[in-house]
Design a protein around this ligand. Structure first.
Ligand SMILES: Nc1ncnc2c1ncn2[C@@H]1O[C@H](COP(=O)(O)OP(=O)(O)OP(=O)(O)O)[C@@H](O)[C@H]1O
Ligand SMILES: [Mg+2]
Length: 1014
């Protein structure tokens, strides 16, 4: 039995059910409701409007059904069940009367069964109906539109019969009866099965190996794949209680996360920095599907790389894209394509590397026809928007910089890929080095070299470390600090690898590098030109034009593109990774004899969006460079992807650092030119940062001047770090006088932490450093230690930090005079860090605020911390929101706080506290003379506990706000509070919402004392 209230209560669940499938599923529900006459024809028409979002239609359906009373609700639930079962039953019992005197009505009563019967034969029936004059050519074309699935075409035909009184209805009743009964589900058709199997084999073959530099050592993905941290991005602007930290998701949850930004959209977006593992993650997804281990809800998976797609210059259709550029059906192309269009929910398309697609996302040009050709970018954009193949899932990966607000409007869920955790790094090394002892030695080295360890958080660096493990174990990793260090290490590894054994034993001496210089410059020129034209895949012709010969290729930095079909000598090549392309481009800029040194200043001098620094640099390159003709290349570079240029600039700074200048000077005839380039880069960096600081608006009176950092700021800081010059860092921040430095949601990981600390430690005035919502982690915390001395507050909310990281932080914070506030909301802290916290409270005499909300601290930890509180006389804010201290923990804290001299604010929200805890807190209130706000929402307080608190209040004269919302307090408890309030003039507010009061009681209580907030 479904009451109207019950139906209304289920509303959101029903909307969820209606929109969880495809439009096809929704229309099927409408079929049933129409056949049972729950919906009138008019209702139906208003619910089957093309182009409306499914969620809107679903809500409109609920409103319509709701207006028909409880019966309507029951029928809707039954219709949803029928629709869900529909795909599974081979035949619906359809006994319609072909000679019915009311054929249109008969057609409507048996609508689901007739549509099912017509499915697969619409074309034939349409032809007959046309031949016999029941429908016009125009009507026929309208039904045949390629955007409709077969069932939708059948529906349109039936709809036409309802409004046409010319015998079409009777004709359809008769024709449908004569059609064969569908016995099997369509995808069991032999052609589809054959195609599915071919696609699986193709995708399995493509995804099984992680290719490496020489092509010889193909790592089996299965053996080396390591779990990468994947988090759902939630809508942070949404109002409501403090957000829980985004849960880490397994890859298998990619499509099941409920953190939807837009329910009606099909596209799942995976965002991550360069080298964070996006392509590898997709490869893993493809593999798991192809071998039948996961994602089996999809019958067809089509992998694409944006890098390769953008090379398709000719217009193409969806058909061409799927069949010619992914997998060709050897038989029954029409049938297979029809099936894909009819069952989009069983299809998955993946597009890797949207940042490498040179076209910016736009929704201007709508393209809905699956068979008509259009430009590749328009095809992709319309797929992502769902104008094409609506309800097929799409996964798009991209670096953050390429994701626009417009694109986000079409995204169902957004996930960020954060790189390896500390355990992940260990697992990775163990998977890559199974020979006895090697992984252990490597891990020991990493732990002893925290900057290197920090770098490994990004998978591409873990890969470099693993690749160069012999060199590292031989010489140690202490000198490796920057990204440039890592790339020079791998450069050395590759060059040695490609040399005769006797040369290799001498290591990467300058003369050795000099010998290879022509090769490196040729690769560099190719890389730079590629960046400028957003070209990451190079054809044999392009390689020839850049004079890159097979010997250059044999070094291993260029690898064959993994694509279908083309192989052998003519296969196009790409750089091992886009970051290598940037590295080589930087190498070229530093060492090419054609470069006027001062031109480098344009690289660090980005002004405004859209103006790419290299584009301004290139005219000079073109004039100077002998090969570059006129300004053509410069014009092309206007389109370069700015983030790649930033990576290039950071490498440039690294290569020009004092550390590496010696090595490079040996390669170049003119060491002087190198010095001048260095001076230019140095000057530019310092000036850019200063300009950046000056552009910060002045502080609002009474508040600290605050800098909300933009990605550009982080990039400049990182470039400074690559240069590794203390003096430069000091000069650069000399002008910075901000009180608050905000770097929230900036993708700050350990690498960025090292760079920040390197620069910020030279600040003259202390700063509050806000790094909330990043991936600092324990390793990042370690990197931050050098700048702790200039931090007056450190906000690390939601950063994956565990006890180990925090204990280390506190150990170093103890002597830091300036540091007064620590915010650690939403991390992974447990009782094991309580001793450190207690020490901080006991020893640091000027410490003001400790916020530990939403961690895993229990009564044991609270008791340890309470000991610290006893010796503390400075703390003003203590936050425990969402831990598990329980009654015992509350007791321990209350006892310690009875005589505390400074604490003004205590939050124990959501901590499982009941009567015993409340009793202890009441005793504390009797004695304490400083506490102003006590937050006890979302606990288990009942009248007994509240009675105790009321007693405490009678003897308290400091508390101003008592928050008791969302407990189990009844009228009785409120009475006790009212009595206490009669004797207490200090208290201003008692929050009581969400307790057990009837509306009348709440009304009455709020009249008795306006300080009760109900
Ligand atoms: N989960 C993983 N397990 C093992 N190795 C990985 C993993 N993810 C990445 N790697 C290693 O790191 C390298 C870089 O990763 P990948 O190419 O997937 O990064 P990306 O995010 O696609 O970078 P880009 O933005 O530049 O395209 C891979 O070649 C691989 O060696
Ligand atoms: Mg990639």
């Amino acid at each position: 039995m479904c009451t109207q209230e019950g139906f209304q209560a289920q509303r959101s669940r029903l909307v969820g059910l209606l929109i969880s499938g495809s439009l096809e599923g929704f229309e099927n529900v409408l079929d049933w409701l129409l056949s049972w006459e729950v919906l009138s024809w008019e209702d139906y028409e208003s619910l089957s409007l093309l182009g409306q979002p499914l969620s809107l239609l679903a809500r409109r359906l609920l409103d319509t059904v709701w207006s028909k009373g409880a019966w309507g609700g029951e029928q809707l639930i039954a219709a949803i069940q029928e629709a869900q079962a529909d795909g599974k039953t081979p035949e619906l019992c359809g006994r319609w009367d072909p000679h019915s005197p009311h054929p249109a009505r008969e057609l409507q009563s048996h609508r689901p069964a007739i549509i099912r019967r017509l499915y697969g034969h619409v074309e034939g029936v349409l032809g007959l109906a046309r031949e016999q004059g029941f429908i016009s050519q125009y009507e026929c074309d309208g039904i045949r539109l390629p955007i409709f699935t077969s069932s939708q075409r059948a529906r349109r035909l039936l709809d036409l019969a309802t409004v046409k009184a010319n015998g079409l209805a009777a004709f359809l009743l008769q024709s449908a009866l004569e059609l064969p009964v569908p016995t099997a589900l369509p995808f069991e058709a032999a052609t589809c099965k054959k195609y599915m199997s071919k696609l699986r084999t193709t995708v399995a073959a493509q995804s099984r190996y992680l290719s490496t530099y020489d092509g010889a050592e193909n790592l089996c993905l299965e053996d080396v794949y390591t779990e990468n941290i994947l988090e759902a991005r939630t809508d942070v602007s949404a109002a409501g209680p403090p957000q829980e930290s985004p849960a880490a998701l397994g890859l298998e949850e990619l499509f099941t996360t409920h953190d939807h930004l837009n329910d009606a959209a099909d596209t799942v977006l995976v965002v991550g920095e360069a080298g964070s593992g996006k392509s590898t993650l997709l490869q893993r997804l493809h593999f798991l599907w192809a071998v039948g281990r996961d994602f089996q809800e999809f019958l067809f998976v089509f992998p694409f790389s944006c890098r390769q797609l953008q090379c398709l210059a000719k217009p193409l259709s969806l058909w061409t894209l799927l069949f010619e550029h992914c997998c060709w059906p050897d038989v029954g192309q029409q049938e297979v394509f029809r099936f894909l269009l009819d069952h989009p929910e069983r299809v998955l398309l993946t597009f890797d590397g949207f940042d490498e697609f040179r076209f910016r996302f736009s929704d201007h040009e709508r393209h809905c026809s699956p068979t008509d050709p259009t430009s590749v970018q328009n095809l992709l954009f319309n797929l992502l928007q769902g104008n094409l193949l609506k309800d097929a899932r799409k996964v798009l990966t991209s670096r953050p910089e390429a994701v626009s607000a417009l694109l986000r409007r079409y995204v169902r869920a957004e996930l960020s890929l954060k790189g390896f955790s500390e355990d992940g790094i260990e697992l990775y090394m163990r998977k890559h080095h199974r020979e006895p002892g090697v992984a252990d030695c490597l891990l020991r080295l990493l732990r002893a070299t925290s900057t290197l360890h920090g770098l490994c958080h990004l998978p591409v660096f873990s890969w470099i470390v693993s690749k160069c493990h012999r060199e590292l174990l031989q010489h140690g990793g202490g000198s490796l600090k920057t990204t440039t260090d890592m790339y020079l290490l791998i450069l050395q590894h590759f060059l040695l690898h490609a040399s005769p054994p006797d040369t290799a034993s001498h290591g990467l001496g300058p003369s050795f590098l000099r010998g290879r210089l022509p090769t490196l410059l040729r690769l560099g020129c190719l890389a730079l030109r590629g960046l400028g034209t957003c070209c990451y895949v190079f054809s044999a012709k392009q390689l020839q034009a850049a004079q890159v010969d097979p010997e250059d290729v044999s070094l291993g930095f260029l690898v064959p593109v993994k694509s279908q079909g083309v192989s052998g000598a003519s296969a196009p090549l790409e750089f091992l990774h886009i970051t290598f392309q940037c590295f080589f481009a930087a190498f070229y800029l530093v060492l090419s004899a054609d470069m006027p040194p001062t031109s480098l200043r344009h690289l660090f001098d980005c002004r405004g969006p859209g103006s790419s620094p290299l584009a301004r640099l290139l005219p000079m390159l073109c004039i100077q460079g002998s090969e570059c003709k006129e300004g053509g290349l410069a014009a092309l570079l206007q389109k370069a992807e700015p983030h790649n240029l930033q990576i290039t600039a950071a490498f440039l700074a690294g290569l020009l650092s004092r550390e590496h200048r010696g090595l490079l000077a040996e390669c170049q005839a003119s060491g002087k030119a190198l010095l001048r380039r260095h001076a230019c880069a140095r000057w530019c960096l310092a000036r850019s940062l200063r300009q950046h600081f000056h552009s910060i608006p002045s502080a609002v009176p009474g508040e600290a001047k605050s800098l909300h950092a933009m990605p550009r700021f982080l990039w400049l800081i990182q470039s400074l770090y690559e240069m590794q010059e203390e003096r430069l860092a000091r000069e650069a921040v000399r002008g910075l006088s901000v009180g608050h430095l905000k770097l929230t949601f900036c993708g700050v990981g350990p690498i960025e932490c090292a760079a920040l600390a390197f620069v910020l430690r030279h600040l003259r005035r202390p700063v509050a450093l806000q790094l909330d919502h990043n991936s600092v982690g324990d390793i990042g915390v370690e990197q931050l230690l050098p700048c702790l001395g200039v931090c007056k507050a450190l906000y690390l909310r939601d950063n994956n930090i565990s006890d180990r990281g925090i204990c280390k932080l506190i150990e170093h914070a103890l002597p830091c005079e300036q540091l007064q506030k620590l915010a650690l909301f939403n991390n992974k802290l447990t009782d094991d860090c309580a001793h450190s916290m207690a020490k901080l409270l006991a020893c640091k005499r000027n410490f003001l605020a400790l916020r530990l909300g939403n961690n895993r601290i229990s009564a044991v930890g609270a008791a340890v911390l309470a000991e610290g509180l006893r010796s503390n006389s400075s703390l003003q804010f203590l936050g425990f929101w969402g831990n598990r201290v329980g009654d015992e923990g509350a007791q321990a804290l209350a006892e310690a706080l009875g005589s505390h001299q400074s604490l003004k604010w205590l939050s124990l929200v959501g901590n499982n506290i009941g009567s015993m805890g409340a009793q202890a807190l009441a005793l504390m209130l009797e004695r304490n003379v400083v506490l102003e706000e006590l937050c006890l929402e979302e606990n288990h307080l009942q009248d007994e506990g509240v009675g105790s608190l009321a007693e405490g209040l009678k003897r308290n004269s400091s508390l101003k706000v008592l928050k008791l919302s969302n407990n189990c307090i009844t009228y009785l408890g409120a009475e006790a509070l009212l009595q206490a309030l009669e004797r207490n003039n200090t208290i201003l507010e008692v929050w009581l919402r969400g307790n057990a009061f009837s509306p009348e009681e709440a009304e009455e209580l709020s009249h008795r004392d306006t300080r009760l907030l109900l």
